[in-house]
Design a protein around this ligand. Structure first.
Ligand SMILES: Cc1cc2nc3c(=O)[nH]c(=O)nc-3n(C[C@H](O)[C@H](O)[C@H](O)COP(=O)(O)O)c2cc1C
Length: 398
């Protein structure tokens, strides 16, 4: 047992996470016509084997029109269930909990991969269903000059989409996932409904705050009819989008979502405008943590903090300060897929190698015992004193 909160288990509904470390959804841009490839298995697998409590598979699209890029994962048809189940099964075999995020890119659909220049995709012969992939949104308002004007969804299409999210939840359950996250952030479809900038509908899905919230609330209701009561449901929000939607609105929405069976708000920011998807301040360690703290306190709901949480002691402090219940480590876990094991070692947790598979945990454990003082390469400067200096330096930056 450890007295570190980061390594204390958390049970949400009937699902127990072995620790508070979450791998947040991260697009791999590597699917083929929506189907996962070996890359996805390797990617999810290495994070699960690295010791995270929960591994959330990237934003997986509830309809074809919602795909952001040619490489997005899909879940709009039953044919996706079996291939996705391989990911869930492998994650669980590593004693991590398997999660998946459901998403729809709305007016930011049909885009390039980020490393190919971001922005809308130029038409190519590679895409055989160009028209079927036309971007849709609450209103015919482009994200910015660089993006195409989306088609405004008919009222009946909005209703169909709500059902599409529900059906996707059923498929995620059948594929064996245990945690479901709805993507309501980053300027994608759900966020587009929430924001006055992108939603100027005249029907019951636009206008007042209550009307703009209707889409995500109906989605949560539809999802809960298909997603079992004993499995946790998360919603990711851009708690602050710097364009009219902020923490107060987010907390009000979180309170309502809680009554609809949502357990955790994953607190992110930005994305509705072309401006950098961040708060107006400098980006630094913990930059989105205050958003998590605000929602947690004002909506009385569990939250997940994310965004430049890089060090184990930094994560531990967020939990101790009651700013979040879960810690998502994104890009840093790309840097070090064994981050949980590494953090356990640095925080002095007993048996840091026991939470990873014996295929490598055994050898690292014996090396630690018989290694005559050698340290892992991730141990700053290779010396304990150096590590302490490094962490103290980081504390100063916080
Ligand atoms: C390669 C990559 C892909 C991402 N894909 C998604 C995604 O599918 N869904 C989502 O909500 N956020 C996505 N994000 C955002 C991350 O989940 C996370 O919120 C962000 O990287 C900030 O956390 P970090 O500073 O720990 O990386 C992505 C981030 C990266 C780096």
């Amino acid at each position: 047992m450890s007295d570190m909160l980061l390594f204390s288990p958390l049970t949400i509904r009937d699902v127990e996470l072995r620790n508070r470390i979450v791998v947040p959804p991260m697009h791999q841009y590597s699917a083929v016509k929506g189907f996962p490839t070996d890359w996805h298995l390797m990617n999810a697998g290495k994070f699960a084997a690295g010791g995270a409590g929960l591994v959330v598979v990237e934003s997986t699209k509830v309809e074809r029109r919602g795909c952001g890029t040619v490489g997005d994962l899909g879940i709009w048809d039953d044919a996706f269930i079996e291939p996705l189940s391989r990911l869930a099964k492998f994650i669980k075999q590593q004693n991590a909990v398997a999660g998946i995020q459901l998403g729809h890119s709305g007016r930011k659909a049909r885009a390039r991969r980020p490393w190919e220049g971001d922005g809308p995709l130029p038409r190519t012969s590679e895409i055989d269903d160009w028209e079927a992939w036309s971007p849709v949104a609450p209103s015919a308002i482009a994200h910015s000059d660089k993006w195409p004007v989306p088609k405004a969804l008919e009222r009946s299409e909005v209703k169909d989409l709500v059902q599409a999210w529900g059906n996707a939840a059923r498929r995620a359950h059948q594929a064996g996932f245990e945690v479901l996250e709805l993507h309501g952030a980053h300027g994608y479809l759900v966020h587009e409904f929430l924001s006055e900038r992108s939603n100027q509908r005249a029907d019951e899905y636009g206008g007042s705050e209550a009307n703009r919230m209707r889409f995500v609330i109906e989605i949560a209701e539809a999802v809960r009819t298909h997603w079992p009561d004993n499995k946790p449901l998360f919603v990711r929000l851009s708690v602050e989008d710097n364009a009219g939607w902020g923490p107060e609105q987010s907390a009000r929405l979180a309170k309502i979502l809680k009554t609809k069976g949502v357990d955790v708000i994953d607190c992110s920011s930005g994305g509705i405008t072309e401006a950098a998807p961040i708060l107006g301040k400098e980006i630094k360690y913990n930059y989105q943590v205050p958003l998590s703290e605000y929602v947690r306190r004002h909506a009385d709901i569990m939250t997940m903090a994310v965004g430049l949480i890089i060090h184990g002691d930094q994560a531990e402090q967020i939990l101790r300060d009651k700013q979040a219940d879960l810690i998502a480590v994104g890009r840093e876990i790309l840097n070090n897929p064994n981050w949980p094991m590494d953090a356990a070692l640095k925080l002095g947790v007993e048996g840091p190698f026991r939470n990873v598979p014996p295929q490598f945990g055994y050898w690292l454990g014996t090396r630690a015992k018989r290694g005559f003082g050698t340290m892992p390469s991730t141990w700053q400067n290779g010396l304990q004193d150096g590590l302490q200096d490094g962490l103290n330096e980081n504390r100063k930056l916080l």
